[in-house]
Design a binder for this molecule. Sequence first.
Ligand code: BYC
Length: 475
Amino acid sequence: MTAIDYAERIPNNVNLANDRTLQRALEHWQPKFLDWWRELGPNDFAGKDVYLRTAVGVDAQGWASYGYVKMPDYRWGIFLADQAPDRKIGFGDVYGQPAWQQVPGEFRSQFRRLIVTQGDTEPASVEQQHLLGHTCPSLYDLRNLFQVNVEEGRHLWAMVYLLHAYFGRDGREEAEELLARHSGDADKPRILGTFNEPISDWLSFFCFTYFTDRDGKFQLKCLAESGFDPLARTCRFMLTEEAHHMFVGETGLGRVVKRTLEVMKELGTSDPETLRRAGAIDLPLLQRYLNFWFSSSLDLFGSEVSSNAATTFANGIKGRPDEGQYADHVCTDATMVIGLPDGAGGAKEESVSLRNAMNEVVREAYAKDCELGLRRWNMQIQRAGFDFRLALPSLRFRRQIGAWAGVPTDPQGRPIAREAYAQGLRDWLPSEADRSFVHSLMHRVVEPGKMAAWIAPPDRGINNLAVDYEYVRLG
Ligand code: BYC
């Protein structure tokens, strides 16, 4: 393994100093990245010391160091997990062949499309969260937001490195475009739908880090199986950082539930209006936020039946998460039964080639993973003695991509009439009143250890520090 070189302008463990042309190209992109960060990152806090972790190695032990950093000075760099000697491709028609150290010419455009799509999501999320710092519920949360932001910035670097190093001039052009598209921009939006949704309150932020960052986990796991070894290695290391982002989402939502239950017990009621007057987020409102972000994130897996998915699997470009867990890595004869709309207002089951159903395989694994948090929160609710249960809507609900796109169903996935759907959405998704109530709670709390009234404190602080540690020095 090459040790991380921190003496360089761009910290890296890819021996950048030995490739002057590449180094110069990336150093040329670096100021544009910093300009973008200043314009669309959390720049109102640029001068503040933030207690951040920074990658200092890529091995399991002690890969990060913690300390105060001003965000624009964060050492964004290029870190690939160690190369596995003699790695073989683990799936598709190329199963068993040595992993590629260069992009095979015939798969170049497919690889570029996936790397660009992955890269596009990273700066998008920073843009979506641009202003959240102003309404943080605590210094602890503010620090977590910034940690997530700088690491998404680093994940952008991870993809830009691949584009520059392996895709020549068009790779460099794509790297520029990653800074030119913007979340929610009418003319140049981000590529995938969810990354154009506004995140203007912290409940949305926690839902996003719970549901959408988890899409990141599953997509990165697919790409970590890729036959293109530098892509696989960079994604393996990104997964190490990604875990914290989902932790922020899961504990954030768990703390909201905890606080709401405290207020419900105190007041002896689950009446939403009474709870709102007491400054707590009622559970039906939380359910509507979960419905929104889960259904939006389901679209990120693409169509149920997809020739793109079949091709990328066949060609060894994109595998399944933890491909090693499967017995059949080639899947030429296997099929999968998928529920599809029957075109007459109902649903039918259809057997499709497993290769074409790879998006659905990944989506189902993702949904199962999403269930785990709900089970924990429901346990909290049950222990507190209340009947309410949170639930994930069906994979068919409110889809905008794939076979169920535009097909009206209820949250259980039963096809319903369009009018009933329009009517039902008022109960199933956050209303204007819900959103303005949540916004009314968003007041910044920055005294160390203090929490906004709508969220419970975390069980512990960061890196074994106390919850009331001064995680961001705003003074
Ligand atoms: N919105 O055959 P189809 C993360 C497009 S998150 C808009 O159905 P395919 C992160 C698709 O691009 C992980 N368009 O699906 C999280 C294609 O367009 P083209 C991000 C969509 O290609 C939080 C067309 O529909 N990583 O890291 O098999 C914070 C037909 O495609 C959407 C990746 O996504 C949508 N939701 O699969 C920060 C991995 N869905 O090409 C970061 C890389 C599909 O015909 N991307 N389309 O113009 C992929 O693997 C695939 O592109 C997808 C789609 C899974 C997204």
